[in-house]
Design a protein around this ligand. Structure first.
Ligand code: SF4
Ligand code: SF4
Ligand code: SF4
Length: 285
């Protein structure tokens, strides 16, 4: 395992998450909503595809809003609201602010909602050029008025994060059971490498494959490396990821700097930009 894994890590927004995790009170027949802003809808599908468990749960929850699969949807009084996608348009923002007021707990579902996802690449590009290329066809439609693409917590309080693209079904089930039964949640706070080593995988970095595992939040049971695919970072950069050390390790292995940065920013451009800004400030001190 590389030297990048040395530090112990902590989950983003740890205190807020712990507050929810330790809340043991179960909610009887919680009113649950599943809403979407800018994304690909894959996160919602991850919920609907756990049909074996979902069918069992359906008589224990009140699925009051799920516009993808229900015709009649309630607009308020949620106990738990899952939101997928990132805030990328004025309509997204208006909806998110409205939903936050209507729910007791808000769950950011997936890479887009937790870290900004691929659409946050705009942070590292000329935003106006990107917007005119993507939205020029709809100049007067206020619904697609673009704004800088950011994860949910930049605008509202998020009570729990389920990262990943798409998110892990087991984590979705755990969160549902937490609200239903007051079960304590397991919050994974180590790099992907940790689970990868426990599975005794042969390290891809050592085989000359550009894997980001040392820099990325684990909890996915090292899904990609277990199938010989490099981790591309869908669960977000660790809070204390050492990007400089990460870049150096990959450079030393012979990888092109542009490729390394493209990999690091695929899902996490905003996080990457914030890390770089912090490093620049520290270097100037
Ligand atoms: S996180 Fe991935 S699966 Fe979910 S909406 Fe974004 S792109 Fe789609
Ligand atoms: S394959 Fe990737 S995730 Fe696994 S130990 Fe090596 S660097 Fe870490
Ligand atoms: S190994 Fe990396 S890219 Fe694959 S699911 Fe885990 S965090 Fe996402």
């Amino acid at each position: 395992m590389s030297k990048m894994t040395k530090k112990k890590v902590h989950v983003r927004k740890g205190k807020k998450i712990k507050k929810i995790i330790n809340q043991k009170k179960a909610v009887s027949k919680p009113r649950i909503g599943i809403h979407s802003i800018t994304g690909c809808a894959g996160c919602q599908l991850s919920i609907y595809f756990i049909e074996d468990v979902l069918l069992d749960l359906l008589d224990k929850i009140n699925l009051v809003a799920a516009p993808m699969i229900k015709e009649q949807n309630e607009e308020e009084g949620y106990d738990v609201l899952f939101v997928e996608g990132s805030v990328s348009s004025q309509e997204d923002l208006d909806n998110l602010l409205k939903w936050r007021e209507k729910t007791k707990a808000l769950v950011a579902l997936g890479a887009c909602a937790c870290h900004g996802g691929m659409q946050s690449m705009k942070h590292l590009m000329n935003e106006k050029e990107v917007e005119s290329a993507a939205y020029a066809k709809f100049p007067s439609d206020p619904r697609v008025k673009p704004i800088t693409s950011v994860p949910l917590h930049k605008y509202v309080k998020v009570d729990f994060y389920i990262p990943g693209c798409p998110p892990d079904k087991q984590e979705i089930i755990q969160v549902l059971k937490h609200f239903l039964q007051g079960r304590r949640l397991r919050v994974y706070d180590k790099a992907v490498c940790h689970e990868c080593s426990l599975k005794e995988n042969y390290c891809l970095l050592d085989q000359g494959i550009e894997c980001l595992g040392p820099l990325i939040n684990g909890g996915c049971r090292a899904l990609c490396p277990s199938f010989n695919h490099p981790c591309t970072g869908c669960r977000g950069l660790l809070d204390d990821a050492n990007l400089e050390s990460g870049k150096q390790v990959l450079k030393d292995k012979g990888f092109d700097v542009d490729l390394i940065i493209k990999r690091m920013t695929k899902y996490n451009s905003l996080q990457f930009k914030e890390f770089e800004e912090k490093t620049n400030i520290n270097n100037k001190k």
